[in-house]
Design a protein around this ligand. Structure first.
Ligand SMILES: Nc1ncnc2c1ncn2[C@@H]1O[C@H](COP(=O)(O)OP(=O)(O)O)[C@@H](O)[C@H]1O
Ligand SMILES: [Mg+2]
Length: 260
């Protein structure tokens, strides 16, 4: 699969739900084929920002642009992966993945080839006929990723894709994500509140303040994602820096939610 050549840019994004101001003047640059992490305390507007980036929400002000070439076989340039894969229980793994191709002009053999390809990419080939209820949470989440990749997206918007999983499944899937994201070569915006995930997968890390979310800092990790080790002193220091940036905000956000 070729690397995505698409850049996603947001400028001056402000958004409110009625009179609740959620995002204020947020800029974001997701470089082609890179992982841009979005971190910040609970309720600061991360999911809202992904909604704006993907065109699900029209911001009060600001603009989102996609620049560059979308591949000829791309069926949906901007595709989401959510916390919970929401698989249809009455369809097999392959059936859930092929669902997203059913309204396309692709002839059936091409669909089948694509399904087989993304199942192989996500390590699911031997589970192609399994039912969702037979799979662990981590495997179900893989199916969600396979389904997203099947449309050959230029941009993947991932909203806490690992946070519904137990620690072990999360660690396993995290390792595979690194390889997968690198090989799929898509431009990726990835929301997490888990700072070790942020330093293991992020190339650019955008730190949002508590609500209304504003950009507090943009950090850069210029090393390949594959092969990163959590114990690497540079990454440990980076994670400490991230925590120092959001600690006070996170503590306040926590209390606000408890009060509400
Ligand atoms: N559809 C909505 N209507 C009203 N308020 C919303 C809606 N979606 C989110 N919010 C509020 O906007 C704020 C930001 O939410 P969200 O973007 O989900 O935060 P995060 O993903 O960073 O935890 C929260 O206070 C949340 O309650
Ligand atoms: Mg959220």
């Amino acid at each position: 699969m070729t690397a995505s050549a698409v850049r996603l840019t947001a400028r001056g994004i402000t958004h409110a739900f009625r009179d609740l101001l959620v995002l204020e003047g947020v800029d974001l640059d997701a470089a082609p084929g890179e992982v841009t992490m979005l971190v910040g305390p609970s309720g600061c507007g991360k999911t809202t920002l992904l909604g704006v980036l993907g065109g699900l929400l029209v911001p009060r002000s600001g603009e989102v642009r996609l620049d560059g070439e979308v591949g000829p076989d791309c069926l949906n340039p901007v595709t989401y992966v959510f916390q919970d894969a929401s698989l249809l229980p009455w369809r097999s793994v392959a059936g859930n993945v092929s669902l997203v191709l059913e309204n396309s002009a692709l002839p059936p053999p091409a669909r089948a080839a694509r399904v087989a390809e993304v199942l192989a990419q996500t390590g699911l080939s031997e589970f192609s006929h399994a039912w969702p209820k037979q799979l662990s949470g981590g495997m179900r989440q893989r199916v969600g990723i396979a389904r997203a990749l099947a449309v050959r997206p230029a941009v993947l918007l991932m909203d806490e894709p690992l946070s519904a999983l137990d620690a072990q499944s999360r660690a396993l899937l995290l390792d595979d994500f690194a390889a997968l994201i690198a090989s799929a070569g898509v431009t990726c915006v990835y929301v997490t509140h888990n700072l070790s995930e942020a330093v293991l997968l992020g190339q650019t890390i955008v730190v949002l303040s508590r609500r209304p979310g504003r950009v507090r800092a943009v950090l850069r990790i210029d090393r390949p994602i594959e092969g990163r080790q959590g114990e690497d002193p540079f990454l440990v220091a980076m994670q400490a820096r991230l925590w120092s940036l959001i600690r006070d905000d996170a503590a306040r956000a926590e209390r606000e939610i408890a009060d509400a």
